[in-house]
Design a protein around this ligand. Structure first.
Ligand SMILES: [Zn+2]
Length: 412
């Protein structure tokens, strides 16, 4: 199952583009100081170049060595060396022969399809489990309805994972990534905050590791999505970004200065529990009037019930009503988006990221919600106005974030 080549330290930063020392010496003026830029990470240029090559193969596979050199900007000898290493370590494989008008036919490179990752996206009442390849492409997916009895939830999750592993026994797994609604201290390996979860989530890592024998990487969903934006998304790892996860609650993941900002005990990013109304509704954290009580999915559903005097089955049902032109649903979403926008102003003012990326069930409606949120964010002055957008993978973003957790921990 698990590769025995996992010898190097886990990587600590995103995979930005870095050249070899020889190539750097030839450059007229560096765009940034390598030492200053990455002093917070353990990465050396060789590791960064390996990440760069791996990601170019992931994005452009099948790809020849020559095209890889062009795409990465690295010298062909550097590319060949890294490619041979990645083949020897089974991260990539040589595939079919390409065609050229003349000369030797190139061999195309692909990610090793026999290796994969198990990804879990945990919500308080439901979990999605998926098998993906090393590039985060989903090859199998299951929804696990969590039992009402809190004591049976972990068994249900573990059983579903076991079944998934058996059903995909032709694949070896690098590990299991778990994105969840809570703050997990990676140093102490314990939860510090999970107000919306009523079952014993604090035991999930040890239970899954014991049941599968695989390494398990756990992180807050917003942190994981921030990592995923850098690992799989458009972000180059050079710019600061904040991911805001809008679901049952609201949490933020902060990527700044080339790394996730975790704060003391891994508890940074809880903007959802900043009080915005001292006389507001009680919140799961014990306070009242927190941002998430007025801007989360639950707030949107509550607004609809207040306006239409009818309950809703789910947040998706609210989105469907909006798309169908329902006036009450539209008013409820406008109220939720205004509250979201005021919180985005708080985040933009305090952290000044290049961009704020929204993850969650509202993203399929972003063509309508996005401009409403942005207008509210810009209503009051900002020193710097960040780009505001929805995550590219929409509803799959949370699942892919769990893959990013494992790939980030696995040294290439
Ligand atoms: Zn709260």
């Amino acid at each position: 199952m698990r590769s025995c080549q996992r010898l190097k330290k886990p990587s600590a930063a995103a995979p930005p583009r870095v050249h070899s020392e020889m190539e750097m010496a030839k450059m007229p003026t560096p765009r940034f100081s390598f030492t200053n830029r990455f002093s917070a990470s353990n990465k050396v240029p060789r590791q960064i170049n390996r990440n760069l090559i791996f990601n170019q193969i992931r994005i452009k596979q099948p790809i020849s060595r020559a095209d890889l050199a062009r795409a990465s900007g690295l010298q062909r000898s550097t590319v060949s060396l890294i490619v041979e290493e990645l083949i020897a370590e089974r991260w990539i494989v040589e595939g079919s022969l390409g065609r050229l008008p003349r000369g030797r036919r190139p061999t195309f490179l692909n990610l090793n399809g026999q290796r994969g990752v198990l990804a879990l996206d945990i919500h308080p009442s439901q979990t999605t489990l998926a098998v993906t390849d090393l590039g985060g492409r989903i090859v199998a997916q299951n929804i696990i309805e969590l039992p009402a009895n809190p004591q049976k939830v972990l068994s249900a999750i573990v059983n579903a994972i076991r079944k998934m592993i058996v059903a995909n026994s032709d694949r070896s797994f690098e590990g299991i990534g778990i994105s969840l609604p809570g703050r997990f201290d990676p140093h102490l390996e314990r939860f510090v905050f999970a107000p919306n979860v009523t079952w014993p989530i604090q035991r999930i890592k040890s239970r899954v590791e014991l049941a599968t024998g695989l390494p398990v990487v756990v992180d807050n969903v917003a942190n994981a999505c921030a990592l995923s934006e850098v690992w799989f998304g458009e972000s180059d790892g050079m710019h600061d970004l904040v991911v805001v996860n809008v679901s049952e609650g609201i949490g933020a993941g902060i990527f700044a200065n080339g790394r996730i900002i975790r704060g003391e005990a891994g508890s940074a990013g809880e903007f959802g529990h900043v009080q915005v109304d001292p006389n507001g509704l009680p919140c799961g954290c014990g306070s009242r009037g927190c941002w998430e009580t007025v801007a989360s999915n639950r707030a949107g559903m509550r607004y609809y019930t207040e306006i239409a005097n009818r309950p809703l089955a789910s947040f998706d049902a609210l989105l469907e009503l909006v798309e169908a032109g329902d006036a009450a649903a539209r008013a409820a979403i406008e109220k939720m988006c205004a509250a979201l926008g005021r919180g985005m102003h708080m985040i933009a003012s305090s952290l000044a990221p290049s961009e704020i990326v929204v993850v969650g069930d509202i993203t399929p409606l972003w063509h309508l919600a996005g401009p409403l949120v942005e207008a509210e964010m810009r209503r009051n002055p900002l020193v710097r106005v960040p780009r505001l957008r929805a995550a590219h993978e929409g509803k799959r973003a949370r699942l892919r974030s769990a893959v990013a957790l494992v790939m980030h921990e696995n040294p290439l």
